[in-house]
Design a binder for this molecule. Structure first.
Ligand SMILES: O=C([O-])CC(=O)C(=O)O
Ligand SMILES: [Mg+2]
Length: 596
């Protein structure tokens, strides 16, 4: 976002900035600042002489070299993360140029997994506030606070909002979660070319149930337990209404909401505004993209796949829904497709006897009790309250613990013989050697995706899965993992992180000003991303590598935009969609700055 003293015109190579700011006001605006790259003419006009060292480096390459050296000097990942965001505070163009040049190395530092550490240590990390902080204790101010951002109706393409109840797999982090909205937006820019000056990160602070934060004098958020029910819904409503009024062209992205709210919010607004939930739909779609390739390579048709999903929350059920829809596309009835998916969470296999305690979106997958009557039940302990990431699921587990135990993952795998196993449990090591070997004994090419984030939460590592299945597994992960060498094959691990999908999905929708983000647009994004990883040699990744994110996202954006046009959802209908996507994309290059 530019200060109110600047005006931007044109796109790409024709982009120009005009400003009434002079001297330090220019250098202090990260959207305007070019450091030593200001030309002599600009220095004269903007009154910068004397405020910059005399050397003029119109080539960004030298600045990149300097910045990269400083990055490398930072002693650890969190320091590198902080360095990057300080750079962003100083010169946003250089920040994005550096990120783009070192995407594979820096994406995990700017975004997942290190963003998780930053959120946990927010009081150390916070440099200057970015984005808009909305709080439920002051609901009447929502519109005023969004307006304070200083943008006009046409200035904003996209808002990413989080209420931070389920940040990655690390739970409730209250207002510290603003960094996830910021990080997701940085990926939109680096991966797809969304203009970073046309977006707003938002934190919807509805309180937190994180005791540590509530007791921390340095916590920056609203010190109150999470507000739920009507007050919560009214607050979300106030947010959506204010965005519609102030920024009528903007798309709304929802990130890291709790399972009880995520789906309700999406269902409520999907036909009213262009919007999607990244953890349900973005994750569901990138996983489907990887599965399209894995299933094709496994040679077992979709109609014969049996799927176990560990973790029945927003992401897990979002993935299950997309797998069900894919089976239906392959001629399986919706009912039968649903029967081919088993959900396992803290109370073990979800069964119909749990009906009243399940969330509405979990219920269709609950297994009939007659079907599981012969399954062994395993004694389990009541969870310590501190581990209760999800009270409803924990309560069900406690009930089972008090009775005859749970039907655990090992038992499900032993009885069901899954061909696909997905982990969104947020608990590490749950795909044990015993379970994986048992699965591999009954299917030629097991497909196993441990997806829990950040890295340390993965249900198993790719190396373990490859060793335990003697190289037969098709694997994709949530966080980045190094290649694995095993018996003369190098396995490249596709990262089924929504970062490979949502930037293109959102950008495609923005370019054609889609009125809504339809299921077909989302499926088009999964197909597009799968189509970018067509190498079928042994060990080839199921998804395109992250150093190709910009190309992949462009293809995704084009396919999503085309689908929106085809479905009559596009409010702008460019004749040449490829050209339109290319033209609207922002690149980190300096634009001329004119003094007015
Ligand atoms: O941000 C990521 O890396 C993936 C994601 O949405 C999550 O784990 O919630
Ligand atoms: Mg997320």
């Amino acid at each position: 976002m530019f200060s109110r003293q600047a005006r931007v015109s044109g796109f790409g190579a024709n982009r120009k900035i005009a400003t009434t700011a002079r001297g330090y006001d220019v250098l202090r605006d990260p959207a305007l600042n070019k450091g030593t790259a200001f030309t002599q003419h600009e220095r004269d006009a903007l009154e910068l002489n004397g405020l910059l060292p005399p050397v003029i480096t119109t080539e960004i390459a030298l600045q990149l070299e300097r910045a990269y050296a400083a990055y490398q000097n930072a002693p650890d990942d969190l320091s590198k993360h902080i360095y990057m965001w300080r750079l962003h505070d100083n010169n946003a163009t250089l920040f994005y140029a550096l990120l783009q040049h070192h995407m594979l190395e820096m994406l995990p530092v700017v975004y997942d997994p290190v963003v998780g550490q930053a959120i946990k240590n927010y009081s150390e990390v916070m440099t200057r506030p970015r984005g808009v902080f909305l709080s439920i204790d002051d609901p009447d101010s929502v519109e005023r606070k969004l307006a304070a951002f200083g943008a006009d109706a046409d200035d904003i393409d996209l808002l990413v909002a989080s209420d931070a109840e389920e940040i990655l797999g690390i739970g409730d982090w209250g207002s510290n979660g603003v960094d996830i909205s910021i990080g997701k937006l940085a990926v939109y820019t680096a991966a797809a070319g969304v203009d970073p000056h046309r977006v707003i990160p938002v934190i919807l602070d509805v309180g937190t149930d994180n005791e540590k934060l509530l007791n921390d004098p340095l916590y920056i958020g609203y010190k109150h337990s999470r507000v739920r029910g009507k007050r919560y819904d009214d607050f979300i409503d106030a947010y959506v209404s204010a965005v519609k009024k102030l920024f009528p062209k903007a798309m709304l992205h929802w990130e890291d909401f709790g399972s009880t709210n995520a789906r309700r919010i999406l269902d409520r607004y999907r036909s009213v505004v262009p919007t999607f939930n990244d953890d349900m739909q973005g994750t569901g779609s990138i996983v489907l993209g990887a599965l399209l390739n894995a299933v094709a390579r496994s040679k077992t048709p979709w109609s014969e796949q049996r799927v176990v999903v560990l973790g029945a929350g927003t992401a897990g059920v979002g993935i299950a829904d997309q797998i069900r829809d894919q089976m239906v596309r392959h001629g399986v009835s919706a009912e039968e497709a649903t029967r081919r998916i088993w959900l396992v969470d803290l109370p073990g296999l979800l069964t119909e006897s749990m009906h009243d305690d399940l969330l509405d979106f979990q219920r269709p997958y609950a297994r009939p009790d007659a079907e599981v009557a012969g399954y062994t039940r395993t004694a389990c302990e009541t969870l310590p309250a501190a581990e209760s990431r999800w009270p409803a699921m924990s309560a069900l587990r406690d009930k089972a613990a008090a009775r005859d135990g749970i039907i655990d993952l090992a038992t499900v795998v032993r009885n069901v013989h899954p061909t696909i196993m997905i982990g969104t449990s947020t608990m590490p090591h749950l795909f044990t050697e015993e379970i994986v070997r048992d699965m591999a004994a009954h299917t030629e090419r097991p497909i196993i995706f441990p997806l829990s984030n950040p890295t340390e939460l993965h249900e198993a590592t790719p190396r373990q899965l490859i060793e335990w299945t003697d190289g037969k597994v098709f694997v994709a992960t949530g966080a980045p993992f190094d290649d694995v060498s095993y018996k003369n094959v190098t396995y490249k691990i596709g990262q089924a992180n929504n970062a490979a999908l949502y930037p293109g999905l959102g950008f495609g929708a923005i370019v054609v000003r889609a009125k809504a983000v339809s299921d077909d647009m989302i499926f088009a994004s999964a197909q597009a991303v799968a189509g970018q990883a067509t190498d079928t040699t042994e060990g080839a990744p199921l998804l395109p590598p992250n150093d190709k994110l910009r190309e992949t996202s462009a293809v995704v954006a084009v396919q999503v935009a085309r689908k929106a046009i085809e479905q009559g959802l596009a409010q702008v209908q460019p004749e040449n969609v490829v050209e339109a996507v290319r033209e609207y994309a922002w690149w980190p290059v300096y634009s001329p700055v004119e003094a007015i």
